[in-house]
Design a protein around this ligand. Sequence first.
Ligand SMILES: Nc1ncnc2c1ncn2[C@@H]1O[C@H](COP(=O)(O)OP(=O)(O)OP(=O)(O)O)[C@@H](O)[C@H]1O
Ligand SMILES: [Mg+2]
Length: 406
Amino acid sequence: MSRRRVLVLGAGPAQLGLLAAARTSGCFVIAADRDPGAPGFRFADRRAIVSAEDEPALGQLAEAEEVDGVIAPGIDWPVAIAARITARLGLPHPLAPETAVLATSKLEQREHFREAGVPQVAWETCRTVEEARDAAGRLGYPLVVKAPDRQGQRGLGLVREPDDLDGAAEEALRVSRSSLAILEQYAPGRELTVNAFSFRGRFVPLTLTDREVADPPAFGVALAHVWPSSLEPAAIGAAVDAARAAAAALGIEDGPTYTQILATPEGPRVVELAARLGGGHDADLCRAALGVDLNGLALASAFGEEIDEAALVPRALAGGACVRFLVAPPGPLAEVRGVDEAEELDGIELVLVYREPGYILTPLRRGSDRAGAILAVGDSRSEALARAAAASELVRFEIADAEALV
Ligand SMILES: Nc1ncnc2c1ncn2[C@@H]1O[C@H](COP(=O)(O)OP(=O)(O)OP(=O)(O)O)[C@@H](O)[C@H]1O
Ligand SMILES: [Mg+2]
C-alpha cells in the first residue's frame, strides 16, 4: 500500500503532537506554515512556507501533492479551510464546510448556543465603540471583549471598569475579521476543558482538564492543563453535558472537539468549542493519562477511515497528568539549557521548547508568547504538577545580551 499523504495546516507548537504522530505512523507529511522556523517542520517530509490561512495556495498545494487528507489540528481559522479544500477535491473529512465555519466563529457559536439552550454568559455584539458603551451599560462590569473570529487572545480583553472599555473595544474591532466585536459578561469561577472525540454522532468525552490561566495583562492565557479536574464530580458532569450540547448545537458528528467551559456557581457556561484537537498538547496529555491516542484518531478521521470503538476506551495509565507551559524572560534567545536533565526526571513525558536561538522572546501577553511546555504524569494530579514544576526549574532560557548583538 502506498504511503498515505496528509497536508497539515500549521507547523507551530499547537501542531507538534499531530505532526509527530503522523510521521511515526508512516504518513507522508506535508506541513504548511508561513514561519520557516516553525518547530513542527522537523516532522515534515515536505515543508511549504505558506500561511495556514492562505486558502488558494493551500488548495493548490493539496491538489498538486495529491493528498489523501487535510487536517487543521491546532488552530481555528484553518479548520474551515481544511473542510472547504477537502469538499472541493472530493476527499473525506469529518466536518462539512458549513459546520466548520460555525466552529470557527465565536459569534455563530453564541447564536447557535442561544437557539439550542446551551448554557453561556450573556453577550451582545457591537460595531463601534459607542455601541460597545451601550452594550456595556446593559451587561454591567466586569466584562470581556473579544473579536469573534480570532483566537490565542488576539483582541481579547478583560474590562473591569468603564474607563477601560474604549481601548478594549477598539482593539477587538481592529483585529476582528468582520466588522463586529463581542461583549460578554465576565463569568467568575474555575475553568475546564472537555477534550472529546465524536463518531457517527456519538460524543465521547475523554480528558476533562482544569485550565489554569495567567493574570492580566495575560488575561485568558493557559499556563497549565491539569488532569483529573479538581472540580466536584457534579460540576464535571455538568460541564461534559454542556460540551456535548455545544457539539450538537453546531452539528458536529465526527472528529475531535475541544470545548472551553467556565464552571460558575450557577452552573457551566460554554466559552467556545473548537472542532479540532486542543492546541496545548491536549492529545498527548490524553494519551499519557488515558491511553487514548487522539492524534491517531484525528488522523484516521481526516483520512475517512473507520473508527475502531476500542481505540476510544480509556484505561487509566496514570493517576494524574498535566501540561505546564514554560514562560521565558523576554529578549533574544541565546540558548536553552537543562532540557535533557528535565527529560530524565521521573514522570516527565515531554519537554518541548518552541523557539530556536535568535528568536526574540516577548513578555507574556498571549498564548503565542509561551516558550515551551512540559508534559508530566504521576500517581495523582499533585504529583504530576510537582514533577512538572521540578522539571521546569531545570529548563533555563538564556537571553543574549542585547547590546552584544548590535
Ligand atoms: N466571559 C468570560 N468570563 C470569564 N473569563 C473569560 C470569558 N471569556 C474568556 N475568558 C477567559 O479568557 C480565556 C480565553 O477566552 P477565549 O477562548 O474566548 O479566547 P481565545 O482568544 O479563543 O483564547 P484561546 O485561543 O486560548 O482559546 C478563557 O479560557 C477564559 O480564561
Ligand atoms: Mg478560545
